[in-house]
Design a protein around this ligand. Structure first.
Ligand code: TRP
Length: 474
């Protein structure tokens, strides 16, 4: 990450011990700095926008349960594996993988994991930025008092109007992408890091306020039971795959982002504790978002399965009613934008790094090439929402019936590419990397804990991913 290259800190001395990292490789200043940066990447639209709507579409409790199991048995081990590989390799994901594979006498092709991750970043950011644009548009709507006293129908109509208008979508998508390009091009300064330190906790507090509002509706208990009472008859095998994919998406896994971050982690920091902390924070934010949204869904007579517009159709209802709603609403969407931007940065950064490594252009040029091409790709998502909503490129395959280009990008990345990337990451650390190196890197300090971890990573994690995959294919 850029801020590190610009602000090498005292930790650099701790780089080496068998990592082969470059001597001047900078380090996070502390465990907390890493946790904040990794949470900044993890907590984003995935938690507040995507989690509630896919939970709604997949029937609630059973989906949430499967998702939590995926986080615990698949997400956390893979995050630990990624961080460990990154720290041992000490370079960008592609090069870390290549180097470690060579060092342990394995094929250079392991670097392909990094390559696939790049492609996923590209696709994800193209639609992520469009949704970030929705959040930006809602900052304006909120500040302009458009939700005050509005009925559920009026709020729904406002969202419908936004989606139907490719030009406003393009405008907001452009503003969002420009913000991300600006930050990545200039390097993520320490000022930004400080801002995140304040804004992320604030987002958390504001979500609590929203849960407070949800408590005041007459349907809080229904929201609660929707989220936490599993009814497996409502969960399809496709839903299980969605839960698995979302575990990867929400923790920023399966594409080397955590490897990149791990390469800056000082040796003495415990990877296990850190990964668990980041995952718990991320999961809490998602659950809070769910707790805030579903009671409103039920008390306003909306459909939980309404799709990607869910939060934009529900939260404004609350902002329109509570005292100080204009302020709270504006603040909420600003914070949503901040959370989205910090995640988007972690999606653009690897692309830019790769261009720098491959082409040797300067940073600004690489950021512009990466950013503008992703921006252009985003236009496909915009059109999927209106002009091309009837275009279903893979509609001849039953599974993809009715899926727009946007849906396909989302599906391909979350449900295929990220789990595959994670699968191979688990295999690499579990089976192919030297066991001694893994033990040193993870330094549980307790041989039993290491054995248990390796067992999960070698057998449970890959088997679970494979199982969900195979189950879905047949
Ligand atoms: N985790 C982010 C979210 O939940 C999205 C994201 C950012 C991401 N960086 C990533 C997903 C890298 C996968 C890989 O919104």
């Amino acid at each position: 990450m850029t801020e590190l290259t610009q602000n090498p800190t005292a930790g650099s001395a701790a780089t080496d011990a068998g990592s082969g990292a470059k001597a001047a490789h900078p380090m996070w200043s502390s465990r907390l700095a890493f946790i904040l940066a990794a949470s900044g990447s993890a907590v984003g639209l995935g938690n507040i926008w995507k989690f509630p709507y896919i939970t709604g579409e997949n029937g609630g409790g059973a989906f949430v349960l499967v998702y939590l199991v995926c986080i615990a048995l698949i997400g956390i081990p893979i995050m630990m594996a990624e961080v460990a590989i990154g720290r041992r390799g000490g370079r960008s994901p592609i090069n870390s993988m290549r180097q470690l594979a060579q060092r342990d006498g394995r094929s250079k092709r392991w670097a392909w994991i990094g390559g696939m991750g790049m492609l996923s970043s590209y696709l994800i950011l193209s639609f992520y930025s469009v949704i970030g644009g929705w959040a930006l548009a809602y900052v304006g709507k909120s500040a302009g008092g458009l939700f005050v006293g509005a009925t559920t129908e009026q709020i729904g109509a406002q969202f419908g109007a936004l989606l139907a208008d490719p030009y406003s979508l393009l405008l907001w998508h452009s503003v969002f992408m420009a913000l991300v390009i600006l930050i990545v091009a200039r390097g993520v300064t320490s000022g930004m890091e400080k801002a995140i330190n304040i804004l992320m906790p604030l987002l958390f507090v504001l979500l609590l306020v929203m849960v407070g509002y949800a408590l005041s509706t007459d349907r809080f208990a229904d929201g609660l039971s929707f989220l936490f009472t599993p009814d497996f008859s409502k969960l399809s095998t496709e839903g299980v795959l969605t839960a698995l994919g979302h575990a990867f998406f929400t923790l920023s896994l399966g594409m080397g982002v955590m490897m990149a971050y791990g390469s800056y982690l000082p040796k003495q920091v415990s990877i296990a504790k850190t990964a668990v902390t980041v995952s718990v924070v991320d999961t809490l934010v998602a659950l809070l978002a769910g707790l805030a949204i579903f009671p409103i869904v039920f008390s306003s007579g909306l459909e939980p399965g309404a799709g990607p517009g869910l939060i934009f159709n529900t939260l404004p209802i609350a902002f329109g009613q509570i005292p100080g709603g204009v302020l709270f609403g504006t603040l909420f969407f600003v914070l949503l934008v901040v959370a989205a931007v910090t995640s988007a940065i972690s999606l653009l950064e690897p692309v830019v790094e790769w261009f720098e490594e491959q082409k040797g252009y300067d940073r600004l040029r690489c950021t512009l090439i990466g950013g503008i091409s992703i921006w252009a790709l985003g236009i496909l998502t915009i059109l999927s929402l209106n002009e091309w909503s009837g275009v279903h490129p893979l509609g001849f395959i039953a599974r993809f019936e009715g899926k727009t280009i946007f849906d396909l990008f989302d599906y391909a990345t979350a449900n295929l590419m990220m789990p595959l990337g994670g699968f191979f990451t688990a295999l690499f650390l579990g089976w192919f990397m030297s066991k001694q190196a893994a033990e040193n890197e993870l330094s549980f300090g307790n041989p039993l804990a290491f054995k248990l971890f390796m067992f999960v990573l070698r057998f449970i994690t890959p088997a679970a991913v494979l199982l969900v995959f195979v189950y879905n294919l047949i």
